[in-house]
Design a protein around this ligand. Structure first.
Ligand code: NDP
Length: 295
């Protein structure tokens, strides 16, 4: 039995962050200032706090300016919108990221809609999703863009390949499908109402699973030789030792016997997300300074 390749997202992300670091040095030499990323955290959700801390660390490690705004969960929507407006107007800020989810009394769409699309390094503003959907230059959401980079690195030209994206969220599934379409794949988006998901997945040369259900995609669903990108992050508790661990949306151990290549969880897509965020910030800084897009 042949075993598929494990795609090393961690190593790829490290290389990407290195390239961003080089780009930051060149940008700073040209403009006399560092690119700046502002991250806004509302409340004290433990997972969000960890993400924000990591983003801050990696931003500094890439040689950029990092600005963190930690606000109480009780903050009013108006106050948050005022902060976003201030960041829009601040010349030192090239990228603005408001960590989601926001507390229930704040309308996420209003907050995202207030971010200047040119500084929307998460790519969630409707202007950016519209640009992406119409094949124009856009700020693309970090996770799906990271998935696409891994796919192109593994497969080269994706043209004509059958791709199935499981999940249709605005932050992963939909932009992932748009990116694959732009690469000339034949794209199917599956979701919770899809009938016979197993046979839909079995058609695919490329499977992207972004569901949030532990090991839902079974090995036998996968067409021999397909490439699988597992976006899921699910915490499960081992019945034997009671310890908790993180698994993806794909039953990786089973899938390895079928795939050409697969991303592991952890160590696959996860590390790519922050690396692409830094890359998006560098791209935004170039655009704002009137410079050509970096390599
Ligand atoms: P959402 O909950 O927003 O979307 C999940 C999608 O999965 C929905 O479209 C839903 O369908 C679909 N779905 C749910 N159940 C099934 C099912 N039984 N069969 C088929 N489809 C189903 O999640 P996100 O897109 O935000 O995230 C998906 C996963 O990716 C999560 O585990 C999340 O933690 C992870 N993630 C990882 C990131 C990273 O950096 N690695 C970044 C972002 C997310 P419907 O629309 O019909 O409800």
């Amino acid at each position: 039995m042949t075993i598929g390749k494990i795609i090393d997202g961690k190593a790829f992300a490290e290389t990407l962050r290195g390239k961003v670091g080089d780009g930051v040095i060149a940008f700073t030499a040209k403009t006399g200032r560092k690119p700046g990323l502002a991250v806004v955290l509302v409340g004290e959700d433990p997972a969000s706090s960890v993400y924000v801390r990591n983003k801050g660390k990696m931003t500094l490690a890439a040689g950029m300016e990092s600005m963190e705004f930690k606000l109480p969960a009780s903050i009013g929507e108006e106050e948050l919108l005022d902060l976003v407006e201030e960041l829009n107007a601040d010349d030192r800020v090239d990228g603005i990221l408001v960590q989601l989810p926001l507390p229930a009394h704040i309308n996420e769409a209003s907050v995202i809609g207030t971010i200047d699309p040119a500084k929307d390094v998460d790519g969630f503003h409707v202007v950016n999703s519209g640009l992406l959907a119409t094949g124009q230059d856009a700020m693309v959401p970090c996770t799906p863009l990271g998935c696409l980079m891994l796919l192109k690195d593994e497969l080269g030209d994706l043209s004509g390949l059958e791709a199935v994206v499981v999940g249709r969220s605005n932050i992963v599934g939909k932009p992932m499908a748009q990116l694959l379409l732009a690469e000339n794949c034949t794209v199917t988006i599956a979701h919770s109402r899809t009938r016979d998901l197993a046979s839909v997945v079995h058609r695919a040369d490329i499977v992207v699973a972004a569901v949030g259900r532990a090991e839902m995609v079974k090995g036998e669903w996968i067409k021999p030789g397909a490439t699988v990108i597992d976006v899921g992050i699910n915490r499960v508790t081992d019945t034997e030792d009671g310890k908790s661990r993180i698994v993806g949306d794909v039953a990786t151990a089973e899938a390895l016997a079928h795939v050409r290549a697969i991303t592991p969880v952890p160590g696959g897509v996860g590390p790519m997300t922050i690396a692409v965020l830094l890359r998006n910030t560098l791209v935004a800084a170039h655009a704002r300074a009137g410079l050509a897009k970096p390599e």
